[in-house]
Design a protein around this ligand. Structure first.
Ligand SMILES: *Cc1c(COP(=O)(O)O)cnc(C)c1O
Length: 388
């Protein structure tokens, strides 16, 4: 494949469309073809064109991995069959006895993977609030190998200071991984802030159309990339070529979609904040949101995700609202063009024990919104009818 673009010089909105991609050499097709093949012909044993078997390499996947590296300002992208498979690959860098410090307000599936699988394999996890980055330093010891950060967090939209944690991680030679699913590289680029690994559930904003499940890692260090490629091939949880094509297509409109997600979410957050039937609103763009100033520094806008509680504060009141919503479909997942609502306590975060969940703010009346890119007037009207 040929590529005439200087990847380091072009701006983000150009990288989403051209990053790591160039017309295909065979017929000049502008989109990378879907190489739906398991294997590749060799002219003589060991003589091939760089591709041997699709668990190890696939040209469509390679194009996506290059695109991801480009938009996250990394050297390498590594894709997996789901976001959790990507997280699983990071955990396989560890050994029994190693310790991890993780955000306490985590995606429920990450928490389940850490506590139900990796704790059994002898990895120890400390789940802590990272609202004050310095407060985690006393937990660091010689066994600490990884800091796991999600920012903004799911579903409380807590903001964690990536730069401060990166400095601490560097000082103690610990890897820092940031789950960048909520922010997307359009709004936040953790590698530039000092993180070692960026993780994505590409199922969400990168795919952007609720039609694919995929995960990705991006790194800026060749040795770390080699270790993760080894795990990708050795464990085998790879993304299929057709799904890679969908995510490549999704990334091409990432910047325009996320821009509109942010605009709409800002209007929804203002509307909810002023509504008498609403209790608290959690949106990083609100000036009274904890660490709003850090969000302003490390993100270029505040994203499409938010949570709020009902003024009544009961499980019943929240269930009624999500049942009444019409445009906001009640569903798991987020980050697609359509608006979704969710009830974390009974849906995405049901796998977290109540005590642990309420400590981080996931109470019974909490409702999460993934604000889509429909006309915002229709979204506000839908919320108004459901709340009243
Ligand atoms: C969805 C999600 C994941 C898991 O990704 P899957 O693609 O569902 O496996 C991880 N982290 C965050 C923040 C998510 O929203």
């Amino acid at each position: 494949m040929f590529n005439k673009i200087n990847q380091t010089k072009v701006k983000f909105n150009t990288k989403t469309i051209h990053g790591g991609q160039s017309p295909d050499l065979a017929y000049g097709s502008v989109m990378p073809p879907i190489y739906q093949t398991s294997t590749y012909a060799q002219s003589s044993p060991g003589k091939h064109q760089g591709f041997e078997y699709s668990r190890t390499h696939n040209p469509t996947r390679h194009a996506l991995e290059q695109s991801l590296a480009s938009i996250e300002n990394g050297t390498d992208g590594i894709t997996f069959g789901s976001g959790l498979a990507a997280i699983d690959a990071v955990m396989k860098l560890l050994s029994p006895g190693d310790e991890v410090i993780a955000t306490n307000d985590l995606y429920g599936g990450s928490y389940r993977l850490f506590t139900k699988i990796y704790e059994r394999f002898g990895v120890k996890f400390h789940f802590v609030s990272m609202k004050d980055a310095r407060s985690i330093e006393p937990l660091i010891n010689a066994k600490t190998k990884l800091i796991w950060v999600e920012t903004p967090t799911n579903p409380m939209l807590n903001i964690i200071d990536i730069k401060a944690l990166a400095l601490m991680a560097k000082k103690h030679a610990i890897l820092l991984t940031v789950d960048n699913t909520f922010a997307t590289p359009y709004l936040q680029q953790p590698l530039d802030l000092g993180a070692d690994i960026v993780m994505h559930s590409a199922t969400k904003y990168l795919g952007g159309h609720s039609d694919v499940v995929m995960g990705a890692l991006v790194v800026k260090d060749k040795e770390l990339a080699q270790q993760l490629y080894f795990i990708q091939n050795a464990s085998g949880a790879v993304a299929g070529p057709q799904d890679c094509f969908f995510v490549l297509r999704g990334i091409k409109t990432l910047h325009v979609r996320v821009q509109r997600h942010c605009e709409n979410a800002r209007a929804v957050a203002q509307f909810l904040s002023a509504h008498p039937k609403v209790g608290r609103v959690f949106y990083p763009g609100l000036p009274n949101h904890t660490n709003h100033d850090i969000a302003k520094q490390q993100m270029s806008d505040f994203g499409g995700m938010m949570s709020f509680t009902t003024a009544a504060g009961t499980l019943e009141s929240a269930v009624k609202v999500v049942e009444q919503l019409k445009l906001f479909t009640l569903a798991e997942s987020l980050g697609g063009v359509e608006s979704l609502s969710g009830h974390p306590a009974s849906m995405t975060h049901a796998s977290i024990p109540r005590e642990e969940r309420e400590k981080s703010g996931v109470t019974d009346s909490l409702i999460r919104l993934s604000v889509g890119i429909e006309d915002v007037k229709d979204l506000l009207a839908d919320l108004e009818q459901a709340l009243s």
